[in-house]
Write a protein that binds this ligand. Structure first.
Ligand SMILES: Cc1cc2nc3c(=O)[nH]c(=O)nc-3n(C[C@H](O)[C@H](O)[C@H](O)COP(=O)(O)OP(=O)(O)OC[C@H]3O[C@@H](n4cnc5c(N)ncnc54)[C@H](O)[C@@H]3O)c2cc1C
Length: 416
């Protein structure tokens, strides 16, 4: 089934009887060439690009719950490639380019909206740092623009310019950044992978790995043993728990991150804004809700819900930035478990167990990475070699001292 304007019109005129399920519901086969553990955004995009770019391989995705039940369905949907370091910038720029063509590639409306991101700065030092970041973005082709407070006031007049505790001095803008509908991304990749022969198996938890003489042979699951020549793990917040079953301890902590949405309002914010004097980011959904978030809760947890001190902190950030937000009623908030690496950058690499590969350490930024993460993990799984833009995202970089310290503040689990 191919989606098109013509198909929508035809179904509208014939009682919507021609729509089918977006993917099959197959039973697991005894073995596969490649098993992906985790049916989140990264697992599904990996399966999609494996099937699209290396179509001869037999691939399955094993998901312990239902597709979209993890962070991919819980994030604040921001996509951007405004990175500084050579270990990160080309990767996130590849992701941005894949976002720009995603809907054509998957034939699915993922509502990719390049509405632009505004990173506000509040001091001269911060402006200089953003100028440097903007230059790195321009060199990589990501595009960037620096505006002062007078120009910004014209663009975002509702921000608190006149009576602010942290005066707004301007913003670094990436016009190509924006948002995408996160569920649409899951469904688009799942449908695209399924159409190309990938078995997507839900309600199938991986409970262990079968490893003989340092070589992975398959996975133990709640639906029995499934053999595989290679296994790729992409379980985000569950990385520590799952890799422990292969005898590994990782430089990753799991933390809760909360997100918030207000009641629906008339159109107000037509881009994404981040506050530079605290941790707060906001956009407006197509339904009208203000979608916003802030920092992780700050203690290790596998609970998909957070606590009140962070609610207070996030709402304070919002009030400092645009006091009128205090008039809006909060509709709901929720939490997801984030795999925070110790330099804020991801890991896409083979592990010391032959045939066992890891995709993890996504921190706050894993949604925007979804296309490139899958693209590069598929490349690694199929060829055994890292893609050039993930060359520095190695698992042993912490031991070797080659961290990708985007924020430049050393090892702690609340970096980007
Ligand atoms: C509140 C919040 C806001 C965020 N906002 C943004 C944002 O604006 N922009 C951005 O770029 N990023 C954002 N992120 C981060 C981003 O959502 C994550 O980094 C990214 O989604 C993680 O990758 P994933 O989609 O594969 O994870 P998930 O969707 O969590 O996928 C992992 C899957 O693995 C499955 N799994 C776990 N254990 C097993 C097992 N043993 N067997 C089988 N399956 C298993 C889980 O059920 C889950 O479905 C946010 C995250 C949160 C929580």
């Amino acid at each position: 089934m191919k989606f098109s304007g013509f198909k929508v019109l035809k179904e509208a005129l014939t009682g919507h009887k021609g729509w089918g399920p977006l993917w099959r519901n197959p039973d697991p086969k005894p073995s596969y060439d490649i098993i992906i553990v985790g049916g989140g955004g990264h697992g599904l995009s990996t399966a999609f690009y494996l099937a699209k770019n290396f179509g001869h391989l037999k691939v399955a995705v094993l998901e312990k719950g239902w597709l979209g039940s993890g962070n991919i369905g819980r994030n604040t949907t921001i996509i951007r490639s405004n990175y500084l370091l050579p270990g990160n910038q080309p990767f996130y720029e590849l992701s941005m380019k894949l976002w720009e063509n995603l809907e054509q590639e998957t034939n699915f409306n993922s509502m990719v909206s390049q509405r632009g991101i505004f990173n506000l700065f509040h001091s001269d030092g911060q402006r200089d740092a953003y100028r440097r970041r903007g230059n790195a973005m321009m060199i990589s082709g990501a595009g960037a623009k620096l505006v002062d407070a007078a120009d910004l006031r014209e663009m975002l007049p509702y921000l608190n310019f006149d009576n602010a505790r942290f005066p707004i001095k301007g913003a670094l803008i990436q016009p190509r950044a924006g948002t995408a509908r996160h569920d649409g991304v899951v469904w688009g990749y799942a449908r695209g992978a399924d159409q190309r022969g990938v078995d997507i198996i839900q309600n199938c938890e991986v409970t262990g790995f079968r490893i003989t003489n340092g070589q992975v042979e398959g996975v133990e699951t709640t639906r029995g043993f499934i053999g595989a020549k290679k296994v790729g793990v992409a379980v985000a917040g569950s990385t520590g728990r799952v890799m422990e079953k292969a005898g590994m301890r990782l430089p990753i902590e799991s933390h809760v991150l909360q997100a918030f949405v207000s009641e629906g309002l008339k159109p107000l914010i037509d881009n994404v804004i981040t506050f530079g004097a605290g941790h707060f980011y906001i956009s407006q959904s197509d339904k009208g809700g203000l979608v916003f978030g802030g920092d992780i809760d700050g203690y290790n947890s596998y609970a998909q819900r957070g606590n009140l001190p962070v609610v207070e902190d996030v709402l304070e950030g919002g009030m400092a930035l645009m006091p009128m937000i205090g008039r809006a009623r909060l509709l709901r908030n929720w939490g997801g478990i984030m795999d925070m690496s110790m330099d804020g950058s991801p890991i896409i690499d083979e592990t010391p167990v032959s045939g066992l590969y890891l995709n993890a350490g996504w921190c706050y930024g894993g949604f925007k990475a979804t296309p490139a993460s899958g693209f590069c993990f598929a490349h690694l799984l199929a060829t055994g070699r890292s893609h050039e833009v993930t060359a520095q995202m190695r698992l042993d970089r912490f031991a070797r001292g080659y961290v990708i310290d985007e924020k430049g503040v050393g090892a702690q689990p609340n970096l980007h």
